[in-house]
Design a protein around this ligand. Structure first.
Ligand SMILES: Nc1ncnc2c1ncn2[C@@H]1O[C@H](COP(=O)(O)OP(=O)(O)OP(=O)(O)O)[C@@H](O)[C@H]1O
Length: 219
């Protein structure tokens, strides 16, 4: 059997001594496409944060708040995805004088997320959906074994959101995404983890679940 990428056993997860989720047992195997569902505030981000901390393979993250630096350009925000591949001197040089090869590498990804030609735009002047696509571009540039996304396409229109979820699926072998859209979840997931009342209420292959099963998480 393939070793799990991360394993939690009967864990209590929370913040500052306050439990949010109890009895969490979850293993993530390579190649799984896991979607986390559940009402607002139930603990999806809390679980993602724990998994992000525990994963040891290269991981890209699309945080709910995008995690961008507004005063920097789109190019520099996307480049942040690969900062740890370069030394401090190389990163400082790239901040001031990005090379043509670095610009074109980022430009290729901006094209994928529908932001072609916007590398020099300042992030603080972008719309919410454009910012979300910068965060997605940063994850796509970073690459790795796993992508973690906290509502990574909520600011996008349905067609654009579906296309970018497919791009994530093509770039990363394993994904763990918190989503709010049940149909989208059933389309992209191999496995769905539903949170309710302080714990995991559903953990099953997506093929064994119906829309009604998932909508019950929101009642
Ligand atoms: N960084 C944090 N520091 C302290 N408490 C937090 C933090 N993030 C979340 N919480 C708390 O943990 C609980 C669960 O929140 P969490 O963000 O995990 O839920 P969620 O299911 O992701 O919600 P949403 O769908 O609204 O994003 C909430 O009570 C929230 O206030």
């Amino acid at each position: 059997m393939t070793a799990p990428l991360v394993a939690l056993t009967d864990q209590t997860l929370g913040w500052g001594g306050q439990a949010v989720l109890r009895g969490v047992t979850l293993q993530v195997a390579p190649g799984e496409r896991i979607v986390l569902l559940g009402r607002s505030g139930v603990g999806k981000s809390t679980l993602l944060a724990t998994l992000h901390d525990r994963l040891t393979k290269r991981t890209a993250l699309v945080p709910q708040d995008h995690g961008l630096v507004g005063s920097l350009s789109v190019f520099h925000n996307v480049w942040m995805g690969v900062l740890d591949d370069h030394g401090t001197a190389g990163n400082l040089r790239c901040l001031l004088w990005p090379r043509r090869s670095e610009r074109s590498r980022v430009e290729g990804i901006l094209d994928v997320v529908g932001l072609a030609g916007m590398g020099r735009h300042r992030v603080s002047r972008l719309s919410g959906g454009q910012r979300q696509r910068v965060a997605l571009a940063r994850a796509l540039l970073r690459g790795g074994e796993v992508v973690l996304g906290d509502e990574p396409v909520t600011a996008l229109d349905p067609a654009q959101g579906a296309a970018l979820l497919d791009h994530l699926g093509g770039r990363f072998a394993t994904s763990i995404l918190a989503l709010h859209d049940v149909d989208q979840a059933l389309r992209v997931a191999t496995r769905i983890v539903g949170l309710r009342a302080g714990g995991i209420a559903i953990d099953a292959p997506a093929t064994e679940l119906t829309e009604a099963d998932l909508l019950a998480l929101y009642r």
